[in-house]
Design a protein around this ligand. Structure first.
Ligand SMILES: C[S@@+](CC[C@H](N)C(=O)[O-])C[C@H]1O[C@@H](n2cnc3c(N)ncnc32)[C@H](O)[C@@H]1O
Length: 277
């Protein structure tokens, strides 16, 4: 893989992706369902955290889930098999060199992948080539600039900033959620619709306090401690204070807000008119 994947592939990160999916299934997946018989590509499936809700919401669709990491594909397959989901096939594959012919899929689903790519527009263009005319692409991304919380904390904001900076250094973009509309439009998709999905967490939602504030967002920021300190972009004292303050937002009087962006776009017939033949 040419892009540095800022979160890495260690077991803690795999568990974090599962916690993230569990806490967010309703918010991110409830309005995604593909018709029976349709073929769906899940690009960048990771360890399968989105694959299970995706496949369960479309039991009659044939899902092909791919990832550039062979280890992740193997683990995703184990998880999907253990969940008793039978309409998914897995393949190790790179979005930029896909082992599929043009227009092989009716729909494409891509979640939390574009943020890690140095060429997200090229990735979307490559995915568009795999989509049949009339098909849709669904892209979901976060945007760390959307994180705010109570009690507010300069150290916590600094720790989040370190993650944004490290991801940028690795060629990615942790603020990509706000760019989904221009990216999909520039890639030539039509009828682009973006809906912000805000996660609001206070202690009256203990599942989200645990599943999102602690185990998803704060765990993600905590995971880059060594890299941020080694890169010299923060002192250990400030970073550790920032993590303490992020965990503080998960206490009884704490509040945490974050916005995901979900985009759906079409590959329309207008593309035939652009073709020379
Ligand atoms: C943050 S994970 C998200 C995984 C999954 N979509 C989810 O939401 O849990 C990003 C995944 O994108 C994969 N990835 C990065 N570049 C890729 C590429 N060029 N082709 C296929 N997968 C890629 C990584 O290996 C990683 O598993």
């Amino acid at each position: 893989m040419s892009d540095a994947y800022v979160h890495g592939y260690d077991p803690r990160e795999r568990a974090r992706l599962q916690d993230q999916a569990g806490a967010l299934v309703e918010l991110l997946h409830s309005d995604t369902s593909y018709p029976p018989g349709s073929s769906v590509l899940e690009a960048g499936c990771g360890v399968g955290a989105q694959t299970i809700p995706l496949a369960r919401n479309s039991p009659g669709a044939r899902i092909t889930s791919v990832d550039v990491s062979a280890d992740s594909v193997k683990e995703a397959k184990q998880r999907v098999d253990a969940a008793g989901v039978t309409n998914v096939e897995f393949r190790q594959a790179d979005i930029f060199a896909p082992p599929f012919g043009p227009e092989s899929f009716d729909h494409i689903f891509v979640c939390f992948v574009l943020e890690h790519l140095s060429r997200p527009l090229a990735a979307l263009t490559a995915l568009k080539g795999l989509l049949r005319v009339g098909g849709t692409i669904t892209a979901i991304e976060g945007d760390h600039g959307s994180a705010y919380f109570h009690p507010d904390s300069a150290a916590a904001r600094e720790a989040v900033r370190c993650l944004v900076e490290l991801q940028q250094t690795g060629g990615g973009n942790a603020l990509i959620g706000r760019e989904l509309y221009p990216l999909l439009s520039d890639a030539g998709f039509d009828a682009v619709r973006v809906s912000p999905r805000m996660v609001y967490v206070d202690s009256s939602h203990p599942d989200l306090v645990e599943g999102f504030t602690r185990k998803t967002f704060t765990a993600m920021v905590e995971g880059i401690r060594g890299a941020a300190i080694d890169a010299g972009i923060v002192t250990p004292e400030v970073f550790d204070a920032g993590i303490r303050d992020l965990y503080r937002t998960a206490e009884r009087d704490g509040v945490f807000c974050y916005t995901f962006f979900k985009a759906v776009a079409e590959k329309s017939l207008s593309h035939l008119a652009e073709s020379p033949d």
